[in-house]
Design a protein around this ligand. Structure first.
Ligand SMILES: CC(C)(COP(=O)(O)OP(=O)(O)OC[C@H]1O[C@@H](n2cnc3c(N)ncnc32)[C@H](O)[C@@H]1OP(=O)(O)O)[C@@H](O)C(=O)NCCC(=O)NCCS
Length: 174
């Protein structure tokens, strides 16, 4: 497993990198990743089934959310990447809601580590970075949602002291 010390984490401000992140998701996220937000935002057509143009769909989502920063002072999106040299080996999408009348919080919308890099501590490093950022911005909680068929991710989050607080339910009505 490559060394973790050569991995750096940074906020992704260059939209050229959005394409690399979208491709990383498209090649690395298995069907177990799919939860309610992938259905809601058009990345998956049904449980266990990505759209055929997943990279394009993810790119549209990134442009939509990150491009909306500044429109709504109460909610701010941040895309962070983990790099090894020039290569993006992991990415995550966060939403900071720290400027409203509600308890300040961060939502982790997405996190993905390249298949070849899993189990080497990159995910933990991203989550520690998130926690530091969240605390620095005054957030008191970090929320996340994870697909019900993704026990690896659940074990990962539980190892970082996240605990289950809800069950998301869905019904097809059309
Ligand atoms: C979940 C994911 C982000 C974890 O990232 P990672 O870099 O592989 O995780 P780390 O190596 O930092 O592991 C940190 C801890 O999580 C736990 N963990 C990680 N993978 C695990 C697995 N397969 N089974 C059980 N526990 C696991 C371990 O406690 C580990 O600590 P340890 O190495 O000291 O034992 C990564 O596997 C991934 O990208 N999965 C696909 C995308 C995904 O499911 N994302 C979550 C969507 S909600």
């Amino acid at each position: 497993m490559p060394s973790l010390t050569s991995v750096t984490i940074e906020e992704c401000l260059d939209d050229h990198h959005y394409q690399q992140v979208a491709k990383l998701f498209a090649r690395s996220a298995s069907e177990t990743y799919i939860s309610h937000s992938e259905l809601k935002y058009g990345l998956a057509t049904e449980e266990g089934k990505w759209v055929t143009d997943m990279a394009d769909a993810m790119l549209r989502r990134l442009y939509g959310l990150l491009g909306s920063n500044g429109n709504d002072a109460a909610s701010e999106y941040l895309l962070a990447v983990a790099r090894r040299g020039d290569e993006i080996v992991a990415a995550m999408l966060l939403e900071f809601e720290v400027a409203s009348d509600f308890p300040p919080a961060v939502t982790l919308h997405d996190i993905i580590v390249d298949k070849d890099e899993r189990g080497g501590g990159v995910g933990r490093k991203l989550m520690e970075w998130t926690e530091e950022r969240a605390k620095a911005r005054g957030a008191i909680r970090i929320f996340l949602e994870s697909g019900i068929s993704n026990p690896t991710a659940h074990a990962f989050f539980e190892s970082l002291n996240y605990r289950k607080t809800a069950i998301m339910m869905m019904k097809h009505v059309h």
